[in-house]
Write a protein that binds this ligand. Structure first.
Ligand code: 5GP
Length: 200
């Protein structure tokens, strides 16, 4: 018996989480662990952080260019997060899907709502921190943000977390290895759904 998954139809995995929940690390690790999976590179008007590389972590552009892309309808979704604009390029999504890869979108809850309206069958995964205290500790350890910025992120985290019940899956990231195994399990299970499998 041979099972062939539908290689021509990239599945969309939407992953949302407040910053400091470990989502970025999870996303970077999962694409190394699972074959045929790519992370969509968003456009943003945010300044690059230390060690962030243009066109690898994000494509960094200015607000004028970003707004021009909005006007031309080039985004599958976009949102203003922490004062900066972030968006997923429709063209990039198409390219990845056509190449037969599944796609991970690391986007905020408002972006996820827009995707839900446009794409059927996307899988929604929310990553929660073990507690608000732990989230704050992780944000402070990161130190790349100012005190005000950290407070802003904590308030926004509370707002974002209030949406987690509208996602299909929830991962509580207490331990990165366990969280990664759970994310891997979700993606594998989705790929094994009967409707996803062609049989010859
Ligand atoms: P950060 O600036 O810490 O990398 O990301 C801040 C937030 O923006 C995160 O919640 C991340 O998921 C979200 N984000 C990153 N890219 C996109 C995007 O293309 N669209 C939307 N809606 N949110 C994004």
């Amino acid at each position: 018996m041979q099972r062939i998954s539908k290689g021509d139809m990239g599945r969309l995995f939407i992953i949302s989480a407040p910053s400091g929940s470990g989502k970025t690390t999870l996303c970077e690790k999962i694409i190394k662990l699972i074959p045929n999976l790519k992370l969509s590179i968003s456009y943003t008007t945010r300044q690059p952080r230390k060690r962030e590389i243009n066109n690898a972590h994000y494509t960094f552009i200015n607000e004028k260019k970003f707004k021009a892309m909005i006007d031309k309808g080039e985004f599958a979704e976009w949102a203003r997060v922490h004062g900066n604009l972030y968006g997923t390029s429709l063209k990039r999504l198409d390219e990845i899907r056509k190449s037969g890869y599944d796609i991970i979108l690391d986007i905020d809850v408002r972006g996820a709502i827009q995707i839900k309206r446009k794409f059927k069958n996307a899988v929604y995964i929310f990553v929660l921190p073990p507690s608000m205290d732990e989230l704050e500790r992780r944000l402070r350890k990161r130190m790349s943000e100012s005190d005000n910025e950290i407070k802003r992120r904590i308030n926004r985290a509370k707002e974002e977390i209030s949406y987690y019940k509208s996602y299909d899956y929830v991962i509580i990231n207490t331990n990165i290895k366990k969280a990664l195994r759970e994310l891997e399990t979700i993606i594998i299970a989705e790929r094994l759904k009967t409707k996803e499998v062609k049989w010859i």
